[in-house]
Structure formats: structure tokens, C-alpha cells
Design a protein around this ligand. Structure first.
Ligand code: PMV
Length: 320
């Protein structure tokens, strides 16, 4: 039998308004709405082949996956294809440096969802694919649509194209190490912080204000909002039980540098995911100054730059 396969590409995304905590952990329904944009130059390509083997084979960046990573892929295929499914060979490749400490689960589960559905001949609308990707990793729901993306409930949707406001993400890589506490575990800890209820109660305001700032291309408002939002999320993380402290000294150095640049009129603001690296969101004209400033700091190991990317898509396919 000729194997059936499909290859999909999905971009990573960076949240401007963060998702932290679930109102339903099993279904990965978020405690609060979030907004992100896709990162054009940081993407995952995943090929899913239906080969009729004895078991699933999962390869990540050229090496066989084991443990938790392999289990999450297998469980996601169960969800996508149902219990009586054929076995599959899954090969996934990140185009960004392995171990750069850049979250890859969003791109990974968006690409896996789109490739697996295409390989099986399942035709789903974008909203259904986003809802399926969400079950693998919440933020993966936002890597299915393109450009600026909002996510409140079951699925995420585009709110503006990349061309509407071509901002850039300049990432200061402080540590390439694997984080000790992953986000699945972290979301479950969010309610242990007394600050989470206040963060969630105010989330609709930040979400609406961010949507307005994007619609009006209002950098000054966006800058204040995204920094406030990221610091609120890290406040929750730091005050959870156990406490999650993702900041390193290099993280703090970048935050001060970004604030100093903004005071000098450079259009740049920071946001930080569940890790020590800092995403510096900036206007295109600010990119050279931001890159140079980051490279000049002790503790910054690498600088990665990305514009805004499009939706997840099938890039190759064959029906056996
Ligand atoms: O999708 P997850 O479970 O990896 O959670 C991602 C959470 C953050 O990256 C910290 C915030 C966000 O909204 O992307």
C-alpha cells in the first residue's frame, strides 16, 4: 500500500494578552481571553504518514521522541482520529534553533492537527481545526488562524492581518535550557495564587483595550498594556504554590533596557512567556536599535527576529 501522508507548517505565536490558567483543565478552556500574533520565521513542519505499522513512531527534530512528548502526540492522534485509528509515523521539525528556549508547543500542536486531519482526509473549517489544536496545547489554538489572533472559548480567530500593522518580535534569548515546570502543570497551579482571581477579573478590560490598540495601530497604548499583562501573569506565577520563578538576571536586564529605550522614544515593549527569554515587540523602524541593545547586554546569548506570520497550512500531501 502506498502510504497516505500530509505535511503541515504552523508558526509559533507570541501572546500580547496572556492565557494563564484554565476554567477546564481537561478541555483546555482558558480562564481568560488572550490575543497573539504568529511568528513568521519560527515555525514547525510536521509530516503525518499512515503506514499501517504496529505502533506509532514519533520523531522530533530528527530524534525518536520518548516519554511525555511521545505520549502527548499519541493522545492527540487518538483525539483527532478516534480510538480505532491506524498507527502513524509523525516527523516534526522546528526551523528555529533546537533548545533555544522558545516555546514550541503552539506551533507543534497546530501543525500536528492540520497534518493529521489532512492525511486522514478529514476536511475541517479553520475554527474546528483551532478547537482541535487547543486540546493539545491551549496556545496552539492561536497558531491555526493567521496574523493577529484572539481566543476566548473553543477556538481562536483572526482579528487583523499581518499587513494591517507589521510589528516585529525581537527575542532576547537569555537561556536555552528546558524549563523545569511546563505550562500544562503551570496552568493547574494558577488558582493557588491569590492574584489569579484579580488578574482574570480584569482580563476582559485588557483584552478589549488590546483589540482597540491593534485596530487603531496605537503603539503607546499597546506597549503599556502588554507589559502590564505579562507582569500580572508573572505575578501570579511567582505567587503560586509552589512558586514559579521564570525570570533570570538576564531577563531583568532586558526589561530595564527596553524601558530605557522607550523613554528615549524607541517604539518597543516587552512581553515574557513561561520562560526567561524576553520578546521585544517593536515597530519595524525600531528593530536595528533593539537588536543592537540586546546584543550589548551581558546574559543575552542570542537574538532572534520575526515578523508576523500567516495561518497553519498543508504544504504537501499524497493520498495512497
Ligand atoms: O499553550 P500552553 O499550555 O503552552 O500555554 C502557554 C501559556 C503562555 O505562553 C505563558 C501564555 C500564552 O498565552 O501563550
Amino acid at each position: 500500500m502506498t502510504s497516505r501522508f500530509a505535511t503541515a507548517r504552523a508558526c509559533s505565536n507570541i501572546a500580547l494578552i496572556k492565557y494563564w490558567g484554565n476554567r477546564d483543565n481537561a478541555l483546555r478552556l482558558p480562564a481568560n481571553p488572550s490575543i497573539s500574533f504568529n511568528l513568521a520565521t519560527l515555525y514547525t513542519e510536521t509530516t503525518v504518514s499512515i503506514e499501517g505499522g504496529e505502533r506509532d513512531g514519533v520523531e522530533l527534530d530528527g530524534a525518536p521522541a520518548t516519554g511525555d512528548a511521545a505520549r502527548r502526540v499519541t493522545e492527540h492522534l487518538d483525539l483527532l482520529w478516534g480510538a480505532n485509528r491506524p498507527h502513524a509515523r509523525v516527523r516534526s521539525h522546528n526551523n528555529f534553533p533546537m533548545g533555544a528556549g522558545i516555546a514550541s508547543s503552539a506551533a507543534a500542536f497546530a501543525a500536528l492537527t492540520v497534518a493529521a486531519c489532512a492525511a486522514m482526509g478529514h476536511q475541517h473549517a479553520e475554527a474546528a481545526l483551532s478547537a482541535l489544536a487547543r486540546r493539545g496545547s491551549g496556545s496552539a489554538s492561536r497558531s491555526v488562524p493567521g496574523g493577529y489572533v484572539a481566543w476566548r472559548d473553543e477556538s481562536a480567530y483572526s482579528i487583523a492581518s499581518a499587513e494591517h500593522w507589521p510589528l516585529v518580535d525581537v527575542i532576547g534569548v537569555v537561556s536555552a535550557g528546558h524549563k523545569k515546570v511546563g505550562s500544562t502543570e503551570g496552568h493547574a497551579l494558577a488558582p493557588t495564587s491569590p492574584l489569579q482571581a484579580a488578574r482574570v477579573a480584569d482580563a476582559a478590560r485588557r483584552f478589549e483595550a488590546c483589540q482597540r490598540a491593534v485596530a487603531q495601530r496605537d503603539f503607546a497604548h499597546l506597549a503599556d498594556l502588554i507589559e502590564e499583562d505579562a507582569l500580572m501573569m508573572h505575578g501570579v506565577m511567582m505567587t503560586s504554590t509552589p512558586s514559579l520563578m521564570y525570570f533570570l538576571p538576564g531577563t531583568m536586564a532586558i526589561l530595564h533596557e527596553i524601558r530605557a529605550l522607550r523613554e528615549r522614544g524607541v517604539e518597543v515593549a516587552f512581553t515574557i512567556d513561561a520562560g526567561p527569554n524576553v520578546h521585544c515587540i517593536c515597530a519595524p523602524a525600531a528593530v536595528p536599535a533593539v537588536e543592537a541593545a540586546l546584543r550589548g547586554l551581558d546574559g543575552v546569548r542570542d537574538v532572534l527576529t520575526s515578523g508576523i506570520g500567516g495561518p497553519a497550512q498543508v504544504i504537501a500531501q499524497a493520498a495512497g
